[in-house]
Design a binder for this molecule. Sequence first.
Ligand SMILES: Nc1ncnc2c1ncn2[C@@H]1O[C@H](COP(=O)(O)OP(=O)(O)OP(=O)(O)O)[C@@H](O)[C@H]1O
Length: 749
Amino acid sequence: MNSGRNSVLNAKPVAIMGGIRVVARIRPQQNSELEKDCIVSATGPDGDASSQPTVVRIPSFKNENEAFSFQFSSVYDQASTQQAIFDNEITPTIKHLFNGFDVTIFAYGVTGTGKTHTMRGGKSLAERGIIPRLLSSTYRRCRKIEKDSAGATSVGITLSYYEIYNDKVFDLLEAPEKRTMSGLHLRDNGGKTVVVGLTERPCKSLKEFEKIYDEANVNRSTSATKLNAHSSRSHAILCFKVTMTTGDDVRVSTASAIDLAGSEDNRRTDNGKERLVESASINKSLFVLAKCVEAISQNQARIPYRESKMTRILSLGQNNGLTVMILNLAPSRSYHLDTISSLNFANRTKKIEIRELENEPITKGCSRAVPTSTGASMHRQPLRPLASTIHNTTMGAKASSKQEDKPAKMFSVYSDRPRNPSMATQVPRDTTKRSSPLKRPSEAGPSAFNRPAKRRSLDRGRGGPSRAMSKEAIEDMIEKKVTDLLATRAMDHASAAPVPEISEEVQRRLELLEKKIDGHDDEREQGLTFLLMAKQHGARGENKSALRMFLLARDYFPDNAKLASKIERLQGKLQDQRRTGQGSAEPDKRMTNEESRRPGEEVMDSDDKNTRVRHDDSCANDDEYRAGLEGTNEDGYDSADSFRYRTKKAKGSKQAAANRIRREEDTGCPDSPRTKQLLGIINSREVEKIRLLQGVGKKRAEAMVEALCGGEEGDGSCQVVVSSLAQLGNVRGISFKTVEKMRSGLMAS
Ligand SMILES: Nc1ncnc2c1ncn2[C@@H]1O[C@H](COP(=O)(O)OP(=O)(O)OP(=O)(O)O)[C@@H](O)[C@H]1O
């Protein structure tokens, strides 16, 4: 490809088809892990141990005698070195970066499997990871180009580095004190996702890079967890832009190296509440990534990129250029299901096909847009139909001048599933031509031109929103418009110079306002997270957990009729299950949310799917649950190891107490011993007993008995039996708060 060119700058844009190159790396066992527990191995094709491994083998979770095999472009075993991975997988991409292709390298895997080790690595030369090696090679190549062109071509590198922490983007090249609560905004700019206001720092040498990189890494959010002493709590994205200038020609390409945070099974982490919130956010974004991969591989119309900032930035299958995914795996049994989940995810990812599109050279003085200096992240090519791209290669400038007339956003995502199965057999596999510069001959698929290509969304792109637009598409469009508007405002704000001095008082008020807005967004987002979790539990048939999540979501969307009817339906379903005795088969967990679920789980083999879920259908622990609700801590979580969340807005209010009590009853579990005890005392109508309840006293006890017996209007017969806490809370003069207080003062027997 591109061989025989005198100068890289004379190249015309070239589109070729390629997939995401997925390679697996198995980390060595750690001191705490036993050799006999090593269950993951790397082999050559057909189990041949002598050739370069391409297959990961792992036993089935249910039956150790059965094994799963997953084939990847390459597999690196426990003994593989940083050097080997870099030489084989990354070095070939560097020349393409200088040929105008964007390059994305990302590490994916469960926590503690070696992603940061692979990307960043250690301090010694041998232990250096992909990022420092990539920069080192890039600078070497820059010097060579400048030398070979006798100074006619100059190459500049600018760096940006940011993290996505709790779904917020923070600049790692800025001091942490400068962070705002909401982080940086994202914006779509001609098919690229741009981080507004991100620092782009020119970086002249490897030494300078190392200094900047080390300092920035101090700002990255890491913490010790039970599974990793230095666990990354954020997705870290390092981008460097290579700008080659020869006279008036400028060519810009970007390399992005991404160290994703690892998914965590929180039943193994012992995470406290702060770690749990992070973990839930990490798992959610990885879950969205799995959903995107799933949607792409099924050729779905809607790819849910926008559901998380990470997927929006990564834009898997949308960003043209070369993409390498390194799947990090732990070899030990304790990771068994996590490893199978990751392997399933990677297996799908490798089937995504994307166009590898070379960046067009820019001529100085020409009106064509130059990437903004306000900070860009994943520099995606403007998305356009494949046909026009092919045209570009032959029509050159004529074709590109027409581009302004084209629909704003047209793109093609290719899956390996041919639309017409018969065509797959008709199209001969061309194994002599390499469809991608990264692919080895053995894995090169059919080229762009003989593949039954699927062009997505072209019709939609043409005439603006079509009448048949789905609700999701409209929501997407609105969300996009709003975020773009916000981002544009933020960008205008950032670039408006000089900024007039504002008084401290105004600044303070602005900050307060920002916090208020953030808080509002956070609350809505929290509600949406509960809804998402509820849907996931529902999809896995965990109805009870789904109901809990829906009930938690109700606090955020109290007037949502659809939600209310969902809750009602689910309650009915659970009641039916209890009546017919089916409930006991339903998997349920105390840990009822996203943070306990592994991303990619939904693609797990059905054999293994349910085995990891703890079966616990009893309501025996309900008192514990209720006690937890009463004793929620100041952050709104009921205890350090729980994710049951209480809304801040409702905290302490009468309404909140009523909600809590109703929610308990909605779950349909039988009364706890304390509830029974309280109702017994109340139904005794004995002032002497009732007055001893917490927060009551003689006068209130007398008033209660009077109210229970119908008050002055009642007949005084005290016939009515109070059968539930909700009923008690509705008795005149007895608030739900009092009910909670009375019950919490009782000793559970
Ligand atoms: N190939 C390897 N060789 C030697 N040690 C390794 C290797 N891979 C990982 N390790 C060690 O395993 C531990 C966990 O690795 P690392 O922190 O890179 O995991 P991670 O996947 O980035 O985890 P998290 O998602 O929690 O950040 C570290 O102590 C690291 O040094």
